[in-house]
Design a protein around this ligand. Structure first.
Ligand code: F6R
Length: 607
């Protein structure tokens, strides 16, 4: 959601800004813009609605050799997607780009009578506010920015330029990420480190409440209260290959196919097959603290929520003495939920920036509950604010739909559960099968993807005529069905919903007709027979059913996709690979934008 880039140095700023914005395209946007300054402060402002290619057309006619500039991809919040609402916004000498939401912008705007507003955005209000404190260059830009931000309520990551000082950029953040890339004779900024990859490996992650003045060879950081901050330079781990398609037509397919490797990264050094135990260092809890845990609260949104729900089913299996509750962050943050003593909260987020999840984290911390992050993006806000955490290490997920993160989030949480069970003195051998299957997962994922891809592609062609789908499952196959339905709806725009098999008779059975098809997840196990009865109920009402199973299946359904039955416990996770591929091929068959589905953004940094 929204992207910021900036450059000051010896090279062509327009080139970096455009290539940086393209790297951030995956986050979702509806318009884009850049502004650069020449050495006299003369500005070249280019903005366009729609894709960055539209901006590039304008750029072709306005090439400059400027060495400083800022750029932005906008995802509309205040005011429609249009050129006039696109950033950067100008007020007097000031150009400003902004991620986040200024909540009191209406009130502030009323006082800014000297500025003639051109857009409907909250960002132009902020630009005008900074300009009002700048005194035509009488005061340092950084001071004007600080004065303005002290009046602001809301969230922001901003970058500001002044035509009076064409050698500095001022950046600040509160609730919206900003990374400063430190190069040789150049300094770069971005809202996401992926835009900096290939330019520098040295990064400074700005914290909330900090503001920085940046030149080509200096970074001075202070808090809004003028306390100096000594910058911590960290290494950017991502490499170029990780953010390129690597021969695949879409990032989504690459990320689905990457799962044997990405899960192996999650498991690396954490599974001891010989002793039948897992070691999870990140959460930083002592054996005694682990033993005391009685409740787990798992918090996430969308796919991260589904990962939490699935993990909760597993954790309950082998740690019966604790209760596990999985909650949707946007709901939980406003509930008056009582958190009992001896609780630990798992905060699950691929991006580590999701606004609702972050808000929950802060609420939960206020209650004194220990928080553990299950995060992918290194250095992200959630990763930095939790008390302890486990990175899933799946590498950048570029496609908007989350796939490889889901698989690793589930397994990381299962490993956390096993760590608790071990500390609580689980009977020797009782966890062995779990640990063995975890160790086997990467290999089984590889096999499953190979085995089913062709069949799934054919099935997608067959089912693409439907506009409605119902996903069904029981026990661990139920959260898996929920994730399958989410994947299908978000990229192929099929109205897909998931139900627990047992809920069918309580309403959804009324839906079964020729407009719908059903995807049933039927793993072998204690509830197999019950699921079979449910399948029969659907068939008896004229359902059109695709069954995903890991065992023999003899009912007269429309199609069966069978995966290996080697994994007894984690088979539903392999079934989810089928759902991922199915959603992918359905979207390709329908001709939609796979990696950037309409209306969605990768990182939901606003509420
Ligand atoms: C679905 C999807 C979203 C995210 C959700 C949480 O494919 O990607 O539902 O899972 O927005 O995002 P993170 O994990 O970044 O907090």
């Amino acid at each position: 959601m929204c992207g910021i880039v900036g450059y000051v140095g010896g090279k062509n700023a327009q080139d970096f800004l455009i290539s940086g914005l393209k790297r951030l395209e995956y986050r979702g946007y509806d318009s884009a813009g850049i502004v650069t300054l020449d050495e006299n402060g003369e500005a070249t402002l280019l903005r366009a609605k729609g894709k960055i290619s539209n901006l590039e057309e304008k750029l072709a006619k306005n090439k400059r050799e400027d060495k400083i500039g800022i750029g932005h991809t906008r995802w509309a919040t205040h005011g429609e997607p249009s050129e006039i609402n696109a950033h950067p916004h100008q007020a007097g000498d000031i150009y400003l780009v902004h991620n986040g939401i200024i909540e009191n912008y209406k009130e502030l705007r009323e006082h800014l009578t000297e500025h003639e507003f051109k857009s409907q955005t909250d960002t132009e209000v902020l630009a005008a506010l900074v300009n009002s404190f700048y005194g035509n260059g009488k005061y340092p830009l950084v001071n004007a920015v600080v004065q303005a931000l002290k009046l602001v309520k809301g969230t922001y990551g901003i970058a500001v330029l002044s035509t009076k000082n064409p050698d500095e950029i001022v950046v600040a953040r509160s609730g919206s990420p900003l990374v400063i890339g430190v190069g040789t004779g150049e300094t770069l900024i971005a809202s996401d480190a992926s835009a900096l990859v290939g330019h520098t490996k040295q990064a400074i992650y700005l914290n909330d409440g900090e503001v920085a003045r940046i030149t080509k060879d200096s970074v001075e950081i202070k808090t809004l209260n003028a306390e100096p901050v000594s910058a911590k330079v960290e290494e950017i781990e991502t490499n170029l290959a990780a953010i390129q398609k690597g021969g695949y037509e879409h990032f989504l397919l690459k990320e689905i196919m990457e799962q044997p490797k990405s899960l192996a990264e999650t498991l690396r050094g954490r599974v001891n097959l010989e002793q039948g135990v897992v070691h999870l260092g990140g959460p930083g809890l002592s054996e005694q603290e682990l033993r005391k845990i009685k409740h787990l609260i798992i918090v996430g949104c969308g796919t991260a929520y589904h990962a939490g729900l699935l993990a909760s089913y597993y954790i309950e299996q082998f740690t019966p003495e604790i209760t596990v509750e999985t909650v949707i962050a946007s709901e939980y943050r406003y509930r008056n939920a009582y958190i009992p003593e001896n609780s630990v909260a798992l905060i699950v987020s691929q991006s580590g920036e999701t606004a609702d999840t972050l808000a929950c984290l802060r609420e939960i911390k206020k209650q004194g509950t220990k928080t553990i992050g299950i995060v992918n993006a290194i250095g992200s806000t959630i990763a930095r604010e939790v008390d302890g955490g486990t990175y899933v290490h799946v590498g950048p997920e570029i496609s908007v739909a989350s796939t490889k993160a889901f698989t690793s989030q589930v397994m990381a949480m299962v490993m956390f559960g096993l760590t608790i069970a071990q500390a609580k003195g689980a009977k020797p051998g009782s966890l062995k099968l779990y640990v063995e299957e975890i160790a086997k997962m990467p290999e089984m994922i590889e096999k499953t993807l190979k085995d089913v891809e062709g069949e799934v592609k054919k099935a997608a062609e067959k089912y693409k005529k439907y506009e409605h789908a119902i996903y069904l499952g029981r026990d661990t196959a139920y959260p898996t069905a929920m994730e399958g339905a989410l994947k299908l709806k978000e990229i192929s725009y099929v109205d897909a919903n998931a139900y627990a098999f047992g809920e069918l008779k309580h309403g959804p059975l009324a839906l079964i007709d020729d407009r719908f098809f059903e995807v049933a997840l039927v793993p072998e196990g204690p509830l197999y027979d019950k699921a079979i009865s449910n399948v029969q109920e659907v068939l008896a009402r004229g359902g059109h059913m695709l069954v995903i199973t890991d065992t023999d299946f003899n009912l007269p359904v429309d199609d069966v996709i069978k995966i290996s039955g080697e994994l007894k416990i984690f088979s539903p996770i392999l079934m989810n690979l089928v759902s991922q591929l199915f959603a992918y091929y359905m979207t390709v068959a329908k001709g939609y934008n796979v990696d950037q589905p309409r209306n969605l953004a990768k990182s939901v940094t606003v509420e």
